[in-house]
Each structure stands twice: as C-alpha cells, then as structure tokens.
Design a binder for this molecule. Sequence first.
Ligand code: B12
Length: 317
Amino acid sequence: MGIFEQNIKDKAIELGFDLVGITTADPINEEDIGHLRQWLDEGLAGELKYMHRYLDKRIDPGKLLPGAKSVICVGLNYKPPEEAIVQPTENGPYGRVVNYALYDDYHTFIKDRLFRLASFLHELAGKENTQYKACVDSVPLAERALARRAGLGFIGKNHMLIHPQLGPQILLGELLTTLSLEPNEPICQDCGSCRKCIDACPTESLQPDGRFDARRCISYLTAEFDGPVSPELAAMIGDRVCRCEECILACPYTSKAPPLCNADIGFRGERKWISLNEIIEWDQAAFERLFKGTTVERTGLKRLQRAARICLKNSAR
Ligand code: B12
C-alpha cells in the first residue's frame, strides 16, 4: 500500500471511522449483478420502488461519478455499550427500537466526515485534479458489494457486511473519487455451516437458499412499507416497534465484537424501550423530543404509531 493511500486511510480513522478500504470504481462483479437483478425480478424488493431506479448507476460507480477511478469505503461500528441502554422500569407494554436508531442520524454523521476526507484529498492531490461524490445509504450504489471488494469484511448469510472483529453492526459510506488509488484485496471468509441468523429471523425473510425476501422483513414492514400487514406477519412482529435486528443479534460475530468507541456520534439509551401506549398518544412534538435528528425521524410518527398498535395487540396475546 503506497504512502498516499496510507495517508488517506490514517485520515479516515482520525475522522472517526473504524474501517477504511479502497477499491476500484469498476462495476460490481457479474454474480452480484445477477443476484441483484434476480432479487428485483422476483419482486423480493416489495414496495422499495427506489431499488428499481438507476440500476445502471447502482452496479457501476463510474456512472454515478463520471471519471471515477477509485472508491474509498468506510465503516462505522454501531454496537452500543450494553450498560448505556436504559431498561424499561414502569409497567409496559414496551416496544423495542433497533440499535442503529439509538444514535443521531448516521447519514449526516458519515457524510460530514466524508466531505472532510474529500477536502484532505484536495490538499494532497490538488483541487483541480480531484472530483468526488460522498455516498451514504440512499444513493444508487451497491455499498455492501463495494465494501467487500475493498476488504472491509465478508457477506454473511444475514446479507450483512461482517467484519471479523467488529461484526455485522457496521454502517457504511463511500467516497467516489477521480483519483486512481491502489486498491485493497477482499478478505476470503464466510459463515461456513453456521445459520443462526436464518433460524433467528422471526418471519423467514432470510431464506436457506440465500434469498432475502424484503417483503417479510420486519424492518421493511415497520419502517418502509405503508400497505396492509397480514395478521400472520403482524403476530410475528412481536414487540419490535421500530425495525428488527434478530439476524444481527444472533450472529456469533456480534457477541465477540467490541462496542463502538466513537464518542462524537450522539447516543441516547432511553430510545431503546418505548411505552407503546405513550407512542400512540404522541403528537409530532412529543415524537421529536426523543427522535429528532435520528433515522426514526425518517420513518415518521405515523409508521411508528402503526407499528405500536400492532405490538400492543401482540402484547395482549
Ligand atoms: C434496500 C435496503 C434495505 C432493505 C432490504 C435489505 C436487503 N438485504 O436487501 C431493508 C429495508 C429490509 C433493509 C434493512 C436493513 N438495513 Co438496509 N439497506 C438497503 C440499501 C438501500 C440497498 C441494499 C440492496 O442493494 N439490497 C439488494 C440486495 C440484493 O443487495 P445486498 O443485500 O446489498 O447484496 C449485495 C451483495 O452483498 C451481493 N450478495 C448478497 N447476497 C448474495 C448472494 C449471492 C448468491 C450472490 C451471488 C451475491 C450476493 O450482491 C448484492 C448486490 O450488490 C442499502 C444501502 C445501499 N445503497 O447499498 C442499505 C444497507 C444495506 N442497510 C443497512 C442496514 C444497517 C440495515 C439494517 C440492519 C437496519 C435495521 N436494523 O433495520 C436492516 C438489515 C436487514 C438485512 N439483514 O439485510 C446497511 C448495512 C451495513 C452492513 N454492515 O451490511 C446499508 C449498507 C446502509 C449503510 N449505508 O450502512 N435495508
């Protein structure tokens, strides 16, 4: 790895990322493209209409930023310190919120730091020689496939990018650049015969043949889907009022992983367990008192209250 690339990586770590790797801006490989197309053609994306748009860009970073030569992939550990989670005290029933939603919105946090990394590239390589595009989640880009190619980890049977030490609780971001940088090698690791995530998925969204049926995923049902939820799936939601992470919590790499050490990203442990009756009574102001500036604000109060009514019904079973 050249000095230039090492300086960029050191800067990314200094900015607060836990993982950084470099790959080319070439399209993702044929297997991944085939898998993505099959997933879309089989309707497994459900109502995620945005996943069908800009497919040419999603599979080819060079179309997202014309002239791009390299992609700097970064990862942020979001495993919360157990002791920082506020356990419910009074009598419930309570709804459970997923770990990554306990922080301030990672889109803003990661993007801010990618912009600062881009300024550093400008200093190193001269403004006139570098164009870039900072990307986090809601961009037509195959983040996991690129992160794997950049050596950040392997793709698990839960479809998560898993780092051997930091586990699957990793949020991803990318800086596309017109600079030509020396790429990293992917790591060769996999899940072997383990299938704990598949067995833990409450709705069989994770299928043994490797397919991911997003239409059955509780994260989709509670945070991205506005249609009617079947009584069968509603019962399986349990107390998961804001998304689900059973496929992550069941992963052996999760228990081994250290909690995050980045103190800059806002975290509130009292966001974990929320009284379902309170959520249903909430107005926008009450909702924002706890979730303003988080990914839950993107989900919105209406969807959270719908999920709370489903969870309340489940608690009475
Ligand atoms: C759509 C989407 C969702 C959908 C669908 C999820 C899914 N698995 O497809 C829903 C709403 C359900 C969802 C849920 C979650 N999401 Co989401 N989501 C995305 C988004 C926008 C696109 C993902 C995508 O392309 N899906 C389509 C499938 C086909 O692609 P894929 O799973 O990424 O797999 C690719 C490769 O890994 C490979 N591949 C995977 N499996 C296989 C199998 C074979 C045989 C082959 C050949 C290839 C292959 O090919 C695919 C093509 O690129 C990305 C952001 C982005 N722009 O990439 C975030 C992202 C994947 N989500 C993320 C997170 C954190 C989550 C949740 C944990 C949040 C939560 N707790 O609710 C859950 C986890 C669910 C899960 N187990 O995947 C992170 C994942 C980080 C990581 N460590 O992997 C991302 C990268 C956002 C980010 N910037 O951090 N999400």
